[in-house]
Design a protein around this ligand. Structure first.
Ligand SMILES: Cc1ncc(COP(=O)(O)O)c(C=O)c1O
Length: 386
């Protein structure tokens, strides 16, 4: 029996690489072996109790019905204050659209800004979803390199060479997954000039914004003159509030395209559950000590891991933020084999190539386990990769 063909994007989807290690790790665990998971990008912390209680209260109060597709007014107002507090920017509540995670905003932004055949510049290495969602909306993702030897910062000349008459948008992600790099102010200013010169939308993924190890909070492209008109600022709750499973994120949209984003979300998913949004409101308006604790814990783990890697003579990029550290294994001939050897010893790391071609020769270690587990993992890493 013949069936109709599938959409073109289904033939190019490539998430398999990212799951390969994880699946092998699961297979080992099914045999009763212990694996320390440093391959996944999920904080090991529990969602703070006051946030869980807020969701519970909200459900009991009957907040289980349809809500505005843009998000509850309570959460949207909380986001307005949060953006003022963290970025120092004044945004209007009409510019705020709540979504299912930052992925939800990414999908809405790519679907709203791009037509089939348009090109979008995506970071390489970077979140695989950037490539996949671009393809789903019929656009062509064009990777731009973030090279270890450049501190994983974008190079404007290289970016300019990748621009064609079809380029409509650029995705930025700082602090970065997987590199842990922050973009300093002069890099952001150069990127802002670049986007204006080429008339591009800027999708600024700042999901790791609060997890910085520097003295001050990182700069944001949103604060540069003329950028709020062309930037969709994306942030969410998954990492800073340990709420990955709640599926909650948001975008700050340019005033002119916020109505289009609203229509996309309305017709796609019709908004997020009200009790989840009430939990998000409690996260932003409530005590911020857990964010501080998570940031401190990640910083401490990062210093520990980086110190041990240095002891073993393993070159790596010292991150300024986030949850990841990139190991430079470019001198190894068969890195995949070595990584499987490490997995067989009970430590799972992610091959850099899961995040793009420029991840070749690199391994991503997510410090998402407590120090006692990291100590065991680092001993094994030292023996096998050192
Ligand atoms: C850079 C980046 N953006 C977006 C996401 C998706 O986050 P969310 O859980 O909010 O959809 C992730 C998750 O790993 C990420 O690393």
């Amino acid at each position: 029996m013949t069936t109709p063909p599938l959409a073109n994007w289904t033939s190019t989807i490539g998430a398999a690489g990212a799951f390969e290690i994880w699946e092998r790790a699961m297979a080992l665990e099914a045999q009763g072996r212990e694996v320390i998971h440093l391959e996944i990008g999920e904080p090991d912390f529990d969602t703070p109790l006051h946030i869980i209680k807020a969701a519970h209260r909200s459900m009991l109060a009957g907040r289980t019905r349809y809500e505005s597709s843009a998000g509850s007014i309570g959460l949207r107002n909380a986001i307005v204050s949060f953006i003022k507090r963290t970025r120092g920017a004044d945004v209007d509540v009409d510019q705020v659209m709540v979504t299912h995670g930052v992925k939800g905003t990414l999908f809405a932004a790519l679907a709203t800004c791009l037509n089939p055949g348009d090109e979008v510049l995506i970071p390489d290495p970077g979140l695989p979803g950037n490539r996949e969602i671009s393809s789903i909306v019929g656009a062509t993702p064009v990777p731009y390199p973030l090279l270890l030897d450049d501190g994983f910062l974008p190079n404007i000349e290289t970016l300019q060479r990748l621009v064609t008459d079809k380029t409509r948008a650029i995705i930025l992600n700082y602090p970065s997954n997987p590199t842990g790099s922050l973009f300093p102010q002069d890099t952001l200013e150069a990127l802002a000039d670049f986007s204006k010169r080429n008339n591009l939308w800027v999708l600024a993924d700042e999901i790791y914004y609060q997890l910085y190890f520097t003295e001050d909070a990182p700069p944001s492209i949103y604060n540069i003159d003329g950028m709020p008109e062309r930037t969709i600022l994306m942030d969410g709750f998954s990492k800073s509030y340990a709420m990955t499973g709640w599926r909650l994120g948001f975008g700050i949209w340019p005033k002119a395209i916020a109505p289009a984003a609203y229509h996309f979300i309305l017709n796609n998913v019709s908004g997020v559950a009200p009790f989840i949004m009430d939990a998000g409101e409690a996260a932003l308006n409530g005590p911020q000590d857990s964010v501080e604790q998570f940031r401190e814990a990640f910083k401490q783990r990062c210093e520990y891991v980086s110190g041990r890697l240095a002891d073993f003579g393993i070159k790596h990029h010292v991150p300024d933020a986030g949850m990841y550290i990139m190991l430079d294994m470019r001198h190894v001939d068969n890195l995949s084999e070595l990584n499987y050897k490490l997995l067989n010893e009970g430590v799972a790391l992610l091959p850099g190539t899961s995040m793009g071609a420029q991840g070749e020769g690199l391994l991503r270690l997510a410090f998402v386990q407590e120090l006692s587990k990291l100590e065991i993992a680092m001993e094994k890493i030292g023996k096998i990769l050192g």
